[in-house]
Structures are given as C-alpha cells and as structure tokens.
Design a protein around this ligand. Structure first.
Ligand code: C5P
Ligand code: C5P
Ligand code: ZN
Length: 456
C-alpha cells in the first residue's frame, strides 16, 4: 500500500498522462480504472493499447514525448528499457518482473503476492486509484479484470488481494458474490443453451445435445419459456439447486472424474450497477465481451464500454462478441481436426494462419479444459504473427505445484532463439522468429523437463 500511495502521489503532480495498456479484458479494465481516477482528478489522458510491449513499441511511446506515462497490465518484463524513457513512469502490472526495480513499479510479485491468482493488472491499478481519491466504486472494474484473467479459476473463487478488493466492492454496493453454477451465460443464455455449451466438465448426454437438454429440464419440471426463453437468472433457488444436483448425479453415474464435476459450482460475481439480463451484469460474460473488442483491434470500443458508454460502443461490442464466439468455435474445430503432437514434456499444435495470434492462447486454454488431451503435459500453440511466430502456453495448477513455470521457460527458450517471452507460471506467451519453432520446442522441452524434474 505504501508503494501504491507513492505512485498515486507521483501521478497527481501532473496535469495529463499517457496510459499504455494491454489488449485484453484485464488491460482494458486497468486502463479504465486509471482513466476514471485521472478524470476525477481533473487530469487529461490519452490511451494506447498494445498486443505486446517490445522495443519498437517503446520507440513509438518515446516519440509521444509524454511527461507522465502510466503502464498498466504490462511493463514489468521491460523495466530496464522503460526506465530509459524521458518521462516520469508508473508501472502497475502483475506479470513476472525482471529483477531490476523501478521507483514506481507496483507488482504483486515484488511483495511476495502471487500475480496469477491474487492480484490482476486491474487490481494493481485499483490500489493506485484508491490512493488518488474516492475511487472504491471502481472495484467492479478491478474484479472484472481479475475474472477476465481467470484468476478465480483454480480455487473457483477470488482469493488474496482480489478477494479484499471484491469485498470492498460489495461494501460500496457495486458488486455481489454468491455460490452458483459456473457456466458461461447465466445472464443471457436460455438455460438449455447454458447446459448444451458446457464443456468443463463435458456432461455426457447433455453437452452438445440441444434436444436432450430440453428433455432433461422438462423432466425436472423447469418452465423453459415464459414469453422469452428462461435464463438461469430467471430460476428460483430451489430450481437452480435441483438442476445442479441432477447434473452432478448424472456426471457421477457416467464416471466423470470428481475433480471435473467440482468445476460446475463456485463463486460468481455480479456487477450491481448493470442491467439484469445483459452480459455486463456478470463478470465472466462482461470480460468475454471486452476480449471480443481489444483482441480484434477495437480496444477503443471496449474502453468506452468500461467508461460507461451504453450506446453505440455497447452495440458495436456486442456484434464483435458474436464474431468472437464464432472464431473460438472455429478455432477449436481446427485444433480438433489437426490434432496435438506430444513431445517428452510438452504437447503442441501449429495453427499457422488459421487462428488469430491474439486468440490462440484462449483456444489453447479451451482445448486443455475440454479434457480430451493429455492433462500431464503443458500445451504450446503457435500462430503466425506479422512475419514472426506467436507462441502461447498453458499449464495446470497440478503442474505448477510440481515446479512448472511457463513464464520462465518461455522467457529462456524464446531468448535462445532470438525472441521474447514471459507471463505467468500457469500461462505464458512469446514471439519468436519464423522458422525457429523446432529449435524453440527442443529447448523448451528440456527446460520444462527440468522444471518438472522429469528425465528427457
Ligand atoms: O496478460 P495476462 O495476464 O493477461 O493474461 C493472463 C492469462 O493467463 C489469460 O490468458 C488467462 O486465461 C490465463 N490463465 C490461465 N489459467 C489460470 C489463470 C490465468 O490460463 N489459472
Ligand atoms: O498471449 P497469451 O494469452 O498466450 O499470453 C499469456 C500470458 O503471457 C499473458 O499474461 C501475456 O501478457 C503474457 N505474455 C508475455 N510476453 C509475451 C507474450 C505473452 O508476458 N511476449
Ligand atoms: Zn493481466
């Protein structure tokens, strides 16, 4: 908190700021948190959203000659280079940092706090905003970023500082939390669609089977239509409980592993200022909407929605969301058809130009949770990226417990082949030169083998 206060003080010495952030839900909400705080201070701001922070991007930032530059949800991997800017610099990030520190560098890892599940970029930015003025109501945006980064995935609830921030939001009346089914679309999808699209866990006889879902619900006496299709939020507590317990029963009789069945239930987060029955009301749906903007070059649209635009920007974001959903389905199909190749300590696929580099990581994560691939090996995905190769890697909590650190592994192996990489222990990325994939895989396979203490 001392560091957050120092960062806040430093910011308030200026009249305007350049905000640099990342093109995903956490990056957008981080930017929105700081922009709202700047606005309330009467400060002006300009924003830039980046796929990645590298030397060319930093050169462009330098050319903007800002007196104050605030990096959110990125920056910790480039502290040395950032320090060379002729600008006052604030960094609020949660990616694994370099050893070198900077005066105004707020990153949970520097304080022994886990940046994968205890604090997101938006959470770190919120801590600064809270020190700038009365900004506790921004806790909803901060939590949106954490959920967007799947920080609640392993425990199926927010933990650590994320939890404290969430409770501040509850206190402030902007958030609520409850234990419920953790399926995507509780606010907006018809119930039978909610079940049909459930892939984690894969529910035998339900997942992918529209007719069976309708039958299953009808047998339980659930009213499917009442003017419009009933959604999860239209059900009462007893109906919800009944459906959940029947699904669990079904899974167990069909030998779905207990740990997978557990994924069905956990905490969910509601944004109380938003209208019921819209994507914006549910943290998970809202963050997907945001990913659907920034990852396709429309960060301005996502930011406008975060800043409160419920007109044109919101309409645009919803149409981008529809396309994003199609792209994810299409991407999964491609990986399914193409298959995944196993090495000793990892498995991989190369999507080349068939999947956008900005969503190949999401697809790698989804392939993983579908559970039809080896759960003992991390998955590495390649996609073409402006003449280079984008790498995305995803692991599981079990592997992290065994020693896996994908951020370190990708950083090292990318560097060996002339690329750059980093991220988190459980999820990381890199950019490497085209043609270096095989060499990269060979090095990465050895490093991961050492981390997991496997022979190979
Ligand atoms: O930039 P960055 O911090 O945004 O993104 C974090 C990434 O880590 C997200 O893509 C998220 O899906 C992934 N993640 C994951 N499993 C977790 C936590 C995060 O795949 N348990
Ligand atoms: O792009 P992808 O979703 O696979 O990224 C996973 C994580 O690795 C994200 O947190 C992202 O910010 C990080 N990353 C990084 N350096 C890169 C590429 C990705 O820190 N060169
Ligand atoms: Zn993040």
């Amino acid at each position: 908190m001392k560091k957050a206060a120092e960062c806040a003080e430093a910011i308030k010495k200026y009249n305007r700021a350049l905000v640099i952030s990342h093109i995903d839900a956490d990056g957008l909400t981080s930017a929105a948190v700081i922009c709202k705080a700047l606005d309330r201070e009467g400060m002006e701001y300009e924003t830039r959203f980046l796929k990645k922070l590298d030397k060319p991007a930093l050169d462009e930032i330098a050319d903007l000659n800002a007196e104050l530059t605030i990096f959110t949800d990125l920056g910790s991997g480039m502290v040395d280079e950032i320090s060379k800017l002729h600008s006052e610099v604030i960094i609020a990030d949660h990616h694994q940092p370099q050893k070198n520190q900077h005066k105004y560098h707020l990153n949970p890892h520097l304080f022994g706090i886990n940046g994968t599940n205890e604090l997101s970029g938006s959470g770190a930015t919120y801590l600064i905003a809270k020190n700038m003025g009365s900004n506790r109501d921004l806790a909803d945006l901060a939590i949106l970023g954490a959920v967007g980064d799947m920080q609640d995935m392993n425990a199926r609830r927010l933990v650590g500082m994320n939890r404290s921030i969430m409770l501040e939001g509850v206190d402030d009346g902007v958030l609520s939390f409850e234990t419920d089914i953790r399926l995507f679309g509780r606010q907006t999808r018809p119930i039978h669609k909610l079940l049909e699209y459930c892939t984690d866990p894969y529910i035998p006889g339900i997942t992918g089977d529209n007719n069976n879902c309708i039958q299953f619900l009808s047998k339980l006496g659930i009213k499917l239509k009442d003017g419009h299709w009933s959604r999860w939020i239209d059900l009462n507590r007893e109906e919800k409980k009944l459906i959940v317990s029947e699904i669990i029963q079904l899974c167990l009789t069909r030998q779905v592993p207990a740990y997978k069945v557990q994924h069905l239930v956990g905490e969910v987060y509601t944004l109380l200022k938003e209208v019921e029955g819209t994507e914006l009301r549910d943290a998970s749906e809202y963050s997907t909407l945001l990913n659907a903007t920034a990852r396709y070059g429309h960060a301005d649209v996502g930011l406008a929605v975060c800043m409160g635009d419920r007109g044109l920007a919101y309409v645009h974001a919803r149409s981008l969301l529809a396309q994003h959903r199609k792209n994810l389905t299409e991407g999964l199909k491609i990986v399914n058809e193409q298959g995944v190749i196993e090495l000793q300590n990892l498995q991989y696929f190369n999507a080349r130009d068939s999947i956008y580099e900005t969503i190949v990581g999401i697809i790698a994560g989804m392939v993983f949770s579908l559970g039809r691939i080896n759960r003992n090996l991390p998955i590495i995905a390649f996609a073409d990226s402006d003449g280079n190769i984008k790498v995305s890697a995803r692991g599981t909590q079990d592997m992290v417990h065994l020693g896996l650190n994908l951020a370190l592994a990708l950083h090292e192996s990318a560097e060996e082949v002339g690329g750059v990489g980093g991220g988190h222990d459980i999820a990381a990325g890199a950019t490497i030169p085209a043609g270096a994939e095989e060499e990269f895989l060979k090095i990465l396979d050895v490093i991961i083998g050492k981390q997991l203490k496997r022979l190979g």
